[in-house]
Design a protein around this ligand. Sequence first.
Ligand SMILES: [Zn+2]
Length: 252
Amino acid sequence: MRKIITLAALCLFLTALLTANRWLTEKIRSVSEEAGAGEGETVLTATADGKADAGAKGSGRVVLDAGHGGADPGKVSEEGVLEKDLNLVITRRLAKELEDAGVEVILTRTGDEGPGQDQAEAGSRKLADLKARTERINEEYPDLAVSIHQNSYPDPSVRGVQVFYYSRSEAGERMAALMEKAFREGLPEETRVRDSKANEEYYLLRNTEVPAIILECGFLSCPEELSLLMDQDYQEQFCKAAARGILACMGK
Ligand SMILES: [Zn+2]
């Protein structure tokens, strides 16, 4: 009898231990830079289950977030083109397109700076930067936040534009589909429009309280696509298509 009680107690203890472990695994997630592997830091953060997901709120406001900046160049092409610079150029052009269409546009950065980097220690600048951008977005509470980036891949033939959305956000998924459609309709045939993709890890997607997407405009590692992205006519065509997508997301 005593043996049975001891066994039962042991079973209970193990079950409790397993449950606690599962809870902890759910709560603790590894968060990294928008690109994921390599350059990000690992931090602890709560899951974003409570994220608001009502879709367009009708504020008429959009936040455009030019990725990287300051001490963080983002991706760097073989020729030395910095992602942070191209992100800002495209963000400014896109802001102009939207403003011309009557949208109130808020930028998380307007120059070569990384929001929140100054106050942070060297090792935690990346996270402080992402936090500051996310806080700004949550304060402004726009209809939609678009974070603008450039991609990179070891194989130089890989190219294309791609939209990422938070895997638990229906509004994000809907908006990514509208953006993808606008790119398919508005970009030249040589541009590959990739299927939009769900993501569960990107800090900004996880922690914004409004629908957010990450727009990877193209691959800096593909020479043909890089020259397109640097070309002012293409930039204009690209931003017109992106603006049409954003307007569709806002129900305009
Ligand atoms: Zn980036």
